[in-house]
Design a protein around this ligand. Structure first.
Ligand SMILES: *Cc1c(COP(=O)(O)O)cnc(C)c1O
Length: 482
């Protein structure tokens, strides 16, 4: 926001004796024609408050202004205050950071049917927990449980606030004051302070580490099993990979060992995809189906990572275990809202047909965008972006690599294409200033700083949004020129 009058340094000798601007009364200001429009757009009470604040600021500033200038100053300042207050704090941005499922940028964008489903139930009563057939109280999981079971082969499932909550609920319900056996190589911290040992402690479970950082064997698990063992657990190391002299135990072997001892085997998959990523031309990522086929008793996974839905956490697997978890009071505290269930149901329905999932779910569509389509987008965007950035930055095209994000497939990067903006003004913080001016646009553009340039990875800029992206760049030339 630009200030209507340049603030002056307070002059200490003049401050007490200088001419004090006398703002008109609020009633007089309200009569100005500009106020009619402001009142209609923002309401009477906010308008009066903004006029008061603007008048007080002017008084404090001690500007020597003519009476007409005083009124104009107050009206401009009040209008800017109202405009700033009316803008949403949470708003859409262009994610050109190169990380598709960026946790700080809201992870998965929702599919259109999911948006429509939210719109249908958000503003009205719904059968959220009401059985329409019997007229009795129902269970909110019914809206997604059968779908998730059909897609994954699980016997039963429940949904909570996110995957961290899903893990917490499993541990609290099944392992309180008892031991959970985990390989030392999987005691990971996942972005946003999800640390496996801390989650265990919070849930009241005792962590029993086995093996070493790089190697763990079946016998390590076998010897750790004792009378206080509640669970054996596998955790997808998500955002890092151990390479070199390593050994891990196959899921099928762990599952068989657990079964032999009557101990549930839980797999925290993290991303939990429902489709074979190789069919999308992407590196393999373990699916929920594969985990269950391997003999896992319970799988936990996120709704807003590779699944491409809203923030949620699934617990899927053996019906008796799911039933026990659902009875635990913590699940009541972690339950999901009707808007989330509406979006989840619609997203899961798209998975009935793999082709509709690939094209209809934005996360899958963006991740599987082929390189030629990204290169074509760069060629298309280069001339208008060069024009808009003339005098501000040089614009070129460079090959780059996108990241999936949210801890999935940390090492495998997707070939992509970026516009590279190099500021014309050299030195200092020129590129930081350029990045800040793009973030200050009506729909902020989030890029990535790399070697003195701003890289805009085009993978997440879909063709339908290109126009809005380019048009708003015209606002830069005024703001950014010295
Ligand atoms: C991402 C992740 C979590 C946390 O999931 P949220 O949905 O972000 O709460 C837990 N475990 C693993 C392995 C993960 O990758």
């Amino acid at each position: 926001m630009t200030e209507p009058v340049q603030p002056r340094k307070p002059d200490s000798t003049n401050a007490q004796s200088g001419p004090r601007p006398k703002p008109p009364s609020i009633d007089a200001l309200l009569k100005a024609p500009a106020c009619q429009d402001l009142r209609e757009r923002h309401g009477h009470v906010p308008l009066v408050a903004a006029l008061r604040e603007a008048s007080a600021e002017l008084r404090a500033r001690q500007e020597p202004l003519s009476p007409e200038a005083v009124t104009a100053w107050i009206l401009t300042s009040a209008s800017e205050r109202l405009h700033a207050a009316a803008q949403s704090s949470l708003r859409p941005v262009f994610n050109l950071s190169g990380t598709v499922l960026h946790t700080n940028l809201g992870r998965a964008p929702l599919a259109i049917p999911a948006l429509e489903a939210i719109g249908r139930v958000a503003g009205t009563a719904s059968n959220l927990e009401y059985d329409l057939a019997t007229g009795r109280r129902g269970d909110r999981d019914v809206h997604v449980e059968a779908l998730i079971c059909r897609l994954t082969g699980a016997e039963a499932a429940t949904v909570v606030n996110n995957n961290a909550a899903a893990v917490m609920a499993v541990l609290a319900a099944l392992a309180r004051r008892r031991e959970v056996i985990v390989s030392r190589s999987e005691l990971v911290e996942i972005g946003g302070s999800f640390r496996v040992p801390d989650v265990m402690a919070t849930a009241g479970a005792k962590l029993r580490e086995v093996g070493t950082t790089n190697r763990v064997h079946l016998r390590d698990f076998a010897t750790a099993i004792g009378p206080t063992t509640a669970l054996m657990m596998k955790i997808h190391p998500s955002n890092y990979r151990i390479e070199g002299f390593t050994a891990s135990v196959a899921e099928t072997e762990l599952a068989a060992l657990a079964r032999e001892h009557g101990i549930p085997f839980v797999n925290d998959l993290g991303s939990g995809t429902l489709v074979d990523f190789r069919e999308l031309g992407l590196p393999h990522e373990p699916t929920v189906q594969e985990a269950l086929v391997a003999g896992t008793d319970l799988v936990t996974f996120s709704g807003d990572k590779l699944l491409g839905g809203p923030q949620a956490g699934f617990i899927a697997g053996r019906a008796d275990l799911v039933r026990r978890i659902k009875k635990h009071p913590i699940v009541r505290a972690l339950r999901v809202d009707k808007l989330i269930l509406a979006a989840l149901e619609a997203t899961l329905k798209l998975y009935a047909d793999p082709e509709r999932a690939r094209t209809g779910i934005p996360a899958l569509r963006l991740l599987s965008r082929p390189l030629p389509s990204l290169e074509a987008a760069a060629e298309r965007l280069l001339p208008p972006v060069q024009l808009a950035m003339a005098g501000i930055a040089e614009v070129g095209i460079a090959a780059c690599r996108s990241q999936i994000g949210s801890g999935a497939l940390p090492v495998d990067l997707l070939p992509s294409c970026a516009l590279v903006l190099t500021p014309r003004r050299r030195g200092g913080k020129a590129v930081e200033h350029l990045a800040a001016s793009l973030r200050a646009l009506p729909r902020p553009v989030i890029g990535r700083l790399h070697q003195g340039a701003l890289h805009l990875d085009l993978r997440c800029l879909e063709e339908v949004d290109e126009r809005v992206f380019v048009d708003q760049l015209a606002l830069l030339s005024k703001a950014a020129s010295p």
